[in-house]
Design a protein around this ligand. Sequence first.
Ligand code: CUA
Length: 377
Amino acid sequence: MRTPLFRGMKLNRWGAAISLLLLSSLFLAACGENSPSILNTVGPVAGEEAGLFWFILIVATIVFVFVEGWLIFSIVRYRARPNTPEPRQSHGNNTAELIWTIVPSIFLFAVLIGTIYTMFSLQNVSGSSKITVNVVAHQWWWEFDYPNNGGIVTADTLYIPKGAVVETNLYSNNVIHSFWIPQITGKTDDIPGHTNTKIFRADTAGVYEGLCTEFCGAQHAHMDFNVVVFNTMDEFNTWASQQQQAAQTPTDTLALQGMNIFKGAGGCTACHGIVGVNLSGYNDPKATGLVGPNLTHFGSRSLIAGGVLTNNAGNIDPNTGVLDHSVNNQCQPGNLSNCNLAKWLANPQAVKPGNDMFVNLTPDQINALVAYLESLQ
Ligand code: CUA
């Protein structure tokens, strides 16, 4: 007597529901215009990497469906039934052995070829122009140096022009970190005593998320950065020449008071540099010995201390990525209850335990320092 396959199961209905669920989760995963997903790419490097991901997923899906399908079919179709005789016993089958050796080899070879092809094309990124950035991983924040743009130094935000090849040299002065901009480029380690290089390009202006993706200590999760992609090389050059300027001496009394606290009683200059205050220029030899970020244009940055806080003295301009202090400024003198910079200066160890900053400032000193630092645009 022949037993029907899948007796009593409403296979069609269940199968359809499960397939729909799986498919929708796959599509929803890359949804949202601003999703920082590796599949929502804005440059050729992340694009090639996403392409390789889809290729391997397709190959793996074909193998999965075939193997699991055959397995389920065999379990159901050839299961033991009452009064069936024992199956024919055999040992070895050269044809079957050959097939299940050769077929998987072909699939793995396809994945190998796809991977090697992608690795080579990642080395060939071309663009309308070229910039060089030295990326220095600190514990726990990112420094970006522009050796061909007057040696300017920023922290927490990488600024690049759209369409240009960005050549980065990756350093670490402490432990191993890993540099990653999911929508623009995959991960590359920053290793102490060794320089890694990485080339990429961004093709859509905007502000993107970057992060550290190698466990590097207690605050590894708070080691983020922003990537601002300018629409044109001109905009980038304008930004760079503005950053090359030494810090303005403030005219405002409170900010001036803040500058003097920075230079003196606050003890800030032990770790931080400001061009025009305690540094003669970006290439001042003193600069290399400083533990903390260069603060020359701190007021134009949107993140504080590796992104543990946002600099909420304004809104980040989606076109320029620079902080616009005229809107939503939570750091008005004398009214700092919601100001993140004031929160940071009051107790950096409470905000980001284990970081290198130890200060003991009075509320009046904090008020003046916030006025000064936010004036450095
Ligand atoms: Cu740096 Cu994780």
